[in-house]
Design a binder for this molecule. Sequence first.
Ligand SMILES: Cc1ncc(COP(=O)(O)O)c(C=O)c1O
Length: 245
Amino acid sequence: MVEASKAQLDRGAHMFGSLNDVAVMLAERLVNDIPCAEKIAYATTGSEATAYSMRLARAFTGRSKILKFEGAYHGNHDYAIVSTFPKETGNYPQGTPDSYGQPEATVSTMLVCPYNDLATLRKIVAEHHADIAAIFAEPVQRIIPAEPEFLHGIREICDEYDILFIMDEVVTGFRLCYGGAQQWYDVKPDLSTHGKVVGGGGPLSCIAGRADAPISTARCTVTRWPRPQPWRCSTSSASRASMTV
Ligand SMILES: Cc1ncc(COP(=O)(O)O)c(C=O)c1O
């Protein structure tokens, strides 16, 4: 790893959202190894990958809300840190902020549901589906593995209401088994987010997903695409040193 990373550093540290040879080689491997991956977009951290994928779900569906599960961790941004450590539970689907400084407007775009509870999920989605862009789930939520029927149920509900199923595989990807939880549980999400192992410990993350998902690099919303293209690029997404293959 160290030797391979050093060799890449000699060739430049940044990707700047453009393509390079290792990025393409790694993407080819990822498309082969991650069941839902028809294409790949890179970012730098797991938090960035989850934030981008929430934005692209909103752009893709034209809906504003994301449903997450109580106790799930999806990174450090304002949309993710909702009801991760709620002081009280039960007021579903209303979420509670986990940090001082979080805007109320952001928290109110998140809906929260208890984990492994398909009946409550069905109830919330039946009521709010017109606003829900994506259901976001960790397949092993911290230390709680999903019941297989729970993940299959999320897939069915998403298909029924045209909601995107985003599986957060930042922890489980390449670890639960090589194809991640989506292979282990045999459930294909529309998108999955990957971090940690994907960069071999270096700063790299990715979004894997459907061929029609608007995850190409774009600096602004443009209208020449069939669907609105959400912003997704940054200086270090992603550095060659983390992309050795
Ligand atoms: C499931 C999950 N999603 C997202 C993240 C955020 O990743 P990062 O710390 O690289 O921003 C983490 C971090 O531990 C995680 O466990």
